[in-house]
Design a protein around this ligand. Structure first.
Ligand SMILES: Cc1ncc(COP(=O)(O)O)c(C=O)c1O
Length: 394
């Protein structure tokens, strides 16, 4: 039966991780995998998460089934976090807890396929490496809209508007809520407003993937584009991840919110989404939701977590400044200032694949072939070596 199957090519990031692990050079630097790291290069469990886990251990008295939508209290709290406290439990929004942001994307894709198989999903060029296989693999027709100009290292906003201004009414537009992966370049508020107007006028359906809430400018600030769109359109999809901002990567927790025109539409969306989950993985794992729920529902824990998100964001910004300053010294005549203008974990360095290879081979500096770097891999200790290595391959 399986003789027709051929091995898949190794995932680029997973291959990079194993190459990095096998590298014995003491100065090696990992800028590849997309996880937050502290100044020691570690991805620790947040203190707020540890406390929530302790509470779970003491309080939890059953592990019986939850249902396909997952934990309703988590869902309501996530609605408040994303759409604003006044919109927690809004009559147009159904929220499900999902296995990570990826799970939310899968369920959303299946829902769209049930609703309108002929629709096109417009995705930014470039976008997260897994968007196309995941959403395209679910059967959606994908087309790209221009997003990033590698030469000027800015968002191609006019081109983006022009393309989206001519797509069919009812088409979906995939938008990164903040901290665009892989470029780190986000729209400013004026651009979001223009985009929301275009989306509303052309009757497009926004599909926001927000995997880095809190890591650009702050939890409230980063949710602003989602709230703007929510007020502007009758229908919308929002996939959120708690992998990065709660550092719960392997616990697989995220949420899917689907917005309908009114309460009746919402009820239909809920029954469809639950049915999809039931036939896909039946129901989500609970541990991550149980943690997030305790943090968001407890004022003291929530404050502590907000402080931890602030600290992650502040460090990412500080490492961007540090790297740009070090490159200004080591790579005179080359402009890397765009790294400072980007948000979240990622930026394109803007070097060729051959230069990326040389950095790996000759200097033990690891990044994906597109020259996307994870700025969390930069530290005060490694930045000088990193900047000198980059300068050496330019
Ligand atoms: C843009 C984007 N969306 C979704 C995800 C999926 O996150 P999760 O690990 O929660 O599935 C990621 C993870 O890197 C991402 O960068």
């Amino acid at each position: 039966m399986f003789e027709n199957l051929k091995a898949q090519p190794a995932d680029a990031i997973l291959r990079l991780i194993s190459e990095y692990q096998n590298d014995t050079r003491p100065k090696k630097i990992d800028l590849g995998v997309g996880v937050y790291r502290n100044a020691k290069g570690e991805t620790p469990i947040l203190a707020s998460v540890k406390k929530a886990e302790k509470m779970i251990l003491e309080e939890q008295d059953t592990k019986t089934y939850l249902g396909s939508g997952g934990d309703p209290v988590f869902n309501e709290l996530m609605q408040g976090l994303i759409f604003g406290a006044k919109n927690a439990n809004h009559e147009r929004i159904v929220t499900l807890h999902t296995p990570g942001g990826s799970g939310a994307l899968c369920v959303a894709a299946a829902l769209v396929m049930r609703a309108r198989r002929d629709v096109t999903l417009w995705v930014p060029d470039p976008t997260w490496a897994n968007h196309v296989p995941l959403l395209g693999g679910a059967g959606l027709t994908l087309k790209a809209y221009p997003y990033y100009d590698a030469k000027s290292k800015t968002v191609r906003f006019a081109d983006m508007l022009q393309t989206l201004g001519s797509v069919a009414a009812g088409d979906l537009v995939l938008l990164h809520g903040c901290c665009h992966n892989p470029t780190g370049m986000d729209l400013d508020r004026r651009q979001w407003q223009q985009l929301a107007t275009l989306i509303s006028e052309r009757r497009l359906v926004p599909f926001v993937d927000i995997a880095y809430l809190g890591l650009a400018e702050g939890l409230e600030q980063d949710a602003w584009p989602v709230r703007l769109l929510f007020d502007a359109v009758p229908e919308m999809i929002v996939a959120a991840s708690c992998s990065k901002n709660f550092a719960l990567y392997r616990d697989r927790i995220g949420s899917l919110s689907v917005i309908g025109r009114d309460r009746d539409a919402r009820d239909i969306l809920r029954s469809q989404a639950h049915n999809i989950v039931r036939t896909m993985y039946s129901m989500p794992p609970d541990h991550g939701a149980a943690i997030v729920r305790r943090i968001l529902a407890n004022a003291a824990l929530r404050k502590e977590w907000e402080g931890e998100v602030d600290a992650m964001r502040d460090r990412l910004k500080a490492m961007r400044r540090l790297l740009v300053d070090a490159l200004a010294v080591s790579a005179k005549g080359h402009d890397f200032s765009h790294i400072r203008r980007a948000n979240g974990l990622f930026s394109f360095l803007g070097i060729s694949e051959a230069q990326v290879d040389r950095l790996k081979r000759d200097y033990g500096v690891y990044m994906v072939g597109s020259s996307r770097i994870n700025v969390a891999g930069v530290t005060a200790d490694n930045v000088a070596y990193l900047a000198e290595s980059i300068a050496a391959v330019l």
